[in-house]
Design a protein around this ligand. Structure first.
Ligand code: ZN
Length: 243
């Protein structure tokens, strides 16, 4: 089965649409959370995601915050401004959909899905081998897919030495997954690895392969609408630079 793995769309509809076009036909879509926050299109993104066939989707910290389940003080000023705006514009329908999603990890076949990390699904960032190593003890499956850092990456556990290595997944390069691994498909709507193109990955559950991808989208249009909506200028600027 070909599975589209996406995360951190952050209300960026043109980026989402570019990813869906580029990915083409897939059997399933797994979305690792943060559908909203930062960007100008929360309703369009949720409408589009919820209609994807064979969808598995979990909540991210921004989603949890707009649902009122987390104090907005947990976010920095600019992120908080976007969340307050999102709360105002979010349709009742979109909110109802978010309410159907789990805040915890979800297991699909041999993969655990988490927004942040398996041991702290909403908040923890898996950014280095230390946090990755600790997290390998918190899921049972061979693989774990996470989002939240907005960086395409792979942490692999060597069984013999019990050590974790960190790697970046090269774009369009197929990786065969032979070891236990924690893998991040990157962010659709706000990449932070200095490559502004929208990020996603394709996981083949039979062949056990992972392929990271990037695709260009109309950044200028999203920036224009961020400014029109009165959202923080920083969130427009960073899209073009990928941080
Ligand atoms: Zn995010």
């Amino acid at each position: 089965m070909h599975i589209l793995v996406i995360s951190d769309i952050h209300a960026n509809y043109p980026a989402l649409e570019a990813v869906l076009q580029d990915a083409g036909k897939v059997d399933e879509t797994w979305c690792l959370g943060d559908l909203v926050g930062y960007g100008p299109d929360p309703n369009m993104v949720i409408e589009r995601v919820r209609e994807l066939p064979n969808l598995t989707c979990i909540l991210g910290n921004h989603d949890v915050a707009v649902m009122g389940r987390m104090a907005l003080e947990a976010f920095n000023g600019d992120a908080r401004r976007s969340l307050t705006w999102t709360e105002k514009v979010l349709s009742a329908d979109a909110m109802d959909f978010l309410k159907t999603l789990p805040q915890n990890v979800k297991v699909r076949d041999d993969v655990t899905l988490a927004h942040g990390s398996p041991r702290d699904p909403v908040w923890e960032y898996v950014l280095n081998t230390l946090s990755a190593r600790l997290n390998f003890d918190h899921f049972e499956t061979s693989l774990c897919f996470v989002g939240h850092t907005h960086i395409q990456s792979i942490f692999q556990l060597d069984k013999k030495s019990d050590r974790v290595t960190m790697g970046t997944t090269k774009v369009d390069k197929l990786i065969v997954l032979t070891q236990r691994a924690i893998i991040n498909p990157g962010s659709v709507g706000q990449p932070r690895d200095r490559d502004p193109r929208a990020a996603y990955a394709i996981y083949d559950s039979q062949a056990k392969t992972w392929e990271a991808h990037r695709v260009e989208y109309n950044i200028a249009e999203v920036q224009r609408r961020i400014r029109e909506a009165g959202l923080p200028e920083k969130h427009a600027v960073r899209l073009a630079e990928g941080w």
